[in-house]
Design a protein around this ligand. Structure first.
Ligand code: ATR
Length: 280
């Protein structure tokens, strides 16, 4: 019996317990995966209490990923570079191992589920917060032609580009400059729901081959609706990334890597508003 949870705030609507139960069924494993909604001040205490309950580990989501990085005793290379952790493994020797499976989850979703090649593509990432931090190293490793960061607070994008300069070159541009450049892939990684309202109306996305929103609370997020109006041909919400990052976490805990494709198919039947949306 494996015991794990996801910790965050808010967390009650999380689909992670359901996703991990689907993975467990594939290997006839028994798991108990719960949700824990906590306040910031209780993070360390809650982790230690959970660890003492013979748990194997947990997922960490907004707003605790940076704090989780600081709490980990050991981290993977990708978590060290991201300075953010979304998965803890409680090791037998008592150490807390931290990993970040977000970026690799996104890359897997794009490449495998959406058959999207990242090599040689010009990528625009909107946002420069905790969510984006986890994506940069795996995206850089996928050999795109360029990655450009744009953010409401331009300085935060510049800081991120400086921080990641050993991993690869990141360009930066202001929100006002975006429509002067050509991109193949646009990734929306801000925490705002109506971010696009700040972008100018004259925005032609017809040459963009994929618009991807990390959000997945609905089939067509407000950003994807906007992108379609601007001419985007293919858009996707982040439900596939959620499932793929979960698969890597599941493997860390159980040593078994699940088949994510049936889970992606099943999510359409069980949670219709979450299904992937793509337009060709
Ligand atoms: P997360 O961990 O979810 O990424 P975060 O670290 O607070 O959260 O980062 C939030 C991101 O969303 C930032 O890039 C933020 O832009 P700023 O750096 O300018 O704050 C962006 N964001 C949040 N609300 C926004 C809004 N209303 N308009 C534009 N960008 C917004």
């Amino acid at each position: 019996m494996y015991k794990m949870c996801v910790i965050g705030n808010p967390i009650k609507q999380s689909k992670s317990p359901w996703i991990h139960q689907q993975f467990a069924k594939q290997f006839a494993l028994e798991i108990e995966y719960s949700t824990l909604e906590i306040n910031k001040a209780d993070f360390k205490k809650t982790i230690n209490e959970f660890k003492n309950q013979q748990a194997i580990g947990l997922n960490i989501t907004v707003p605790f990923k940076e704090e989780a990085f600081l709490l980990a005793d050991e981290v993977s290379e990708r978590a060290r570079i991201a300075k953010a952790v979304n998965t803890f493994l409680f090791k037998k020797n008592g150490a807390i191992f931290g990993d970040n499976t977000d970026g690799i989850g996104l890359v897997k979703d794009l490449q495998q589920n959406l058959s999207y090649t990242l090599e040689n593509k010009n990528i625009l990432i909107l946002g420069a917060g905790g969510a984006v931090r986890g994506l940069l190293y795996p995206l850089l490793q996928a050999s795109p032609k360029s990655i450009t960061l744009s953010n409401r607070t331009l300085n935060k994008a510049i800081e991120l580009a400086v921080e990641f300069k050993e991993q690869g070159s990141l360009q930066v541009c202001s929100l006002q400059e975006i429509n002067k450049k050509q991109f193949d892939l646009i990734i929306e990684g801000t925490s705002a729901m109506n971010f696009f309202e700040q972008l100018t109306d004259i925005f032609d996305l017809s040459a963009v081959s994929m618009v991807y929103d990390l959000k997945y609370q609905s089939l067509a997020t407000p950003f994807l609706d906007w992108a379609k109006k601007q001419g985007a041909q293919v858009v996707s919400n982040g439900i596939g990334m959620l499932i793929e990052q979960a698969a890597y976490a599941f493997q860390l805990w159980t040593g078994k890597y699940p088949d994510t494709r049936p889970v992606l198919r099943l999510i359409k039947e069980n949670f219709p508003p979450l299904s992937r949306v793509t337009f060709l």
